[in-house]
Design a protein around this ligand. Structure first.
Ligand code: ADP
Length: 381
């Protein structure tokens, strides 16, 4: 049967949820996964086990697909460039993806585009860190430019404290001022190769211990001006970097009596945790939109269908199998939409999420928290 084939690199929950959208569109998904038991391999029959940095495995995947895409950024750029040069569509392309792979490259390019960012510098020595701290004020935030996720590779360093990452001249660290943000926002944008672009409503993300715990859509109490500015920054980044597919732009919001200030924290060029809410709350989910965009199909409507939506992550569980809690959860909260990722339970691990939509944001937040309490086995008697 003639059908479109999308190859995705990565075997986590994002490629797993991409399959949900692929099923509806009759798109064939093939995946390069870390293990045959991975969250993706459980639902994508055409999963091949291999490393994301294995050039041969990537080439084999690309040969079989109409387009190669990703659920994470840990892919060697040179290999992607070579595949492109051979005529294999790779979306987002390596020249865009590098900005989600290397935080120093990202800061340099965003500065060129005039996108507001925290003050930053690179550090090759302890003296560089001291000089920056004295200039912008202590503490400072130190980041490893590559390979970080969920707060790993990020440290807050005060005057006279030691930087917990190796400092060497070859691989500089990124330094940022410690932003006194009041809230964190994210804007999700999807872009087609020709430039067609859609955004979803700007959301508020709530992190606990450096990990996203909750997302509220739209971000409560945001002024229309700030909402428009956040969206504008998302568009500027998507266009400026020539992104194809879904782009998440994470931002800090600094609210002061004098007005709001937005500063870009980081970028992801793939479906993102801040967009899980779109599966149940918006006309087109981020996963469907990503497939449409990388296949160069017209993008879907991104309207939110209910006034409010709250998504909460299940981070670890006391239960060996969180789905054992379904009878309680489904009795108590029949309108909660549950997504479990088929992962083995480990402390703090992202095992799934719950989305609840409705009219009253405070009620939804309480209900989402309650749903997580039930699935995590930490429920009240
Ligand atoms: P990761 O790539 O691991 O997600 P981030 O760069 O997003 O790392 O940082 C993780 C969290 O650390 C952010 O969500 C934010 O809460 C905090 N953080 C990062 N950079 C800064 C900064 N410059 N000022 C204040 N807090 C920061």
């Amino acid at each position: 049967m003639p059908q479109r084939t999308v190859a995705v690199v990565g075997g986590g929950q994002l490629a797993r949820m991409m399959q949900q959208a692929a099923v509806g569109l009759q798109v064939r998904l093939i995946a390069l996964v870390e293990s045959p038991e991975s969250a993706t391999a459980q639902v994508v029959p055409d999963s091949r086990v291999g490393r994301a940095d294995d050039a041969e495995a990537l080439a084999a995947l690309a040969h079989e697909a109409d387009v190669l895409t990703f659920e994470h950024e840990h892919v060697p750029n040179a290999t992607l460039a070579a595949l492109r040069a051979e005529g294999h569509p790779v979306e987002p392309g390596p020249e865009a993806l590098v900005h989600a792979q290397d935080k120093v490259v990202m800061r340099e390019r965003l500065a060129e585009l005039g996108v507001p960012c925290p003050r930053w510098a690179v550090a090759r020595s302890a003296e560089d860190v001291t000089r920056f701290g004295e200039a912008v004020g202590w503490p400072v935030v130190v980041k490893t430019p590559r390979g970080g996720y969920d707060g790993k590779g990020v440290a807050v360093v005060d005057r006279d404290e030691t930087v917990p990452f190796p400092l060497d001249a070859e691989q500089p660290l990124l330094l940022e001022e410690h932003v006194p943000f009041t809230r964190e926002l994210a804007v999700l944008v999807a872009r087609r190769p020709g430039g067609e672009l859609r955004t979803w409503p700007v959301v508020e993300t709530i992190q606990r211990g450096g990990v996203c715990a909750e997302v509220v859509s739209p971000a409560p109490g945001l002024s229309p001006t700030t909402m428009r500015q956040a969206e504008g920054v998302g568009r500027l980044v998507a266009e400026g970097l020539g992104v194809t597919g879904v782009l998440a732009v994470e931002m800090f919001l600094v609210e002061t009596p004098g007005g709001d200030r937005l500063l870009v924290n980081e970028l992801a060029m793939r479906p993102h945790n801040s967009g899980h809410v779109t599966i149940d709350a918006h006309t087109t989910s981020q996963f469907e939109q990503h497939l449409r965009a990388v296949l160069d199909l017209p993008l879907g409507d991104t309207t939110q269908r209910e006034p409010w939506a709250v998504m909460a992550n299940l981070l670890g569980s006391e239960l060996e199998e969180p789905s054992d809690a379904y009878p309680t959860l489904m009795t108590e909260l029949p309108h909660a939409k549950v997504h479990l990722y088929g992962k083995e339970v480990r402390p703090g691990r992202k095992l799934g999420h719950v989305t609840i939509v409705g009219d009253d944001v405070d009620t939804l937040r309480v209900q989402a928290a309650r749903a997580i309490e039930i699935l995590s086995g930490r429920r009240r008697a």
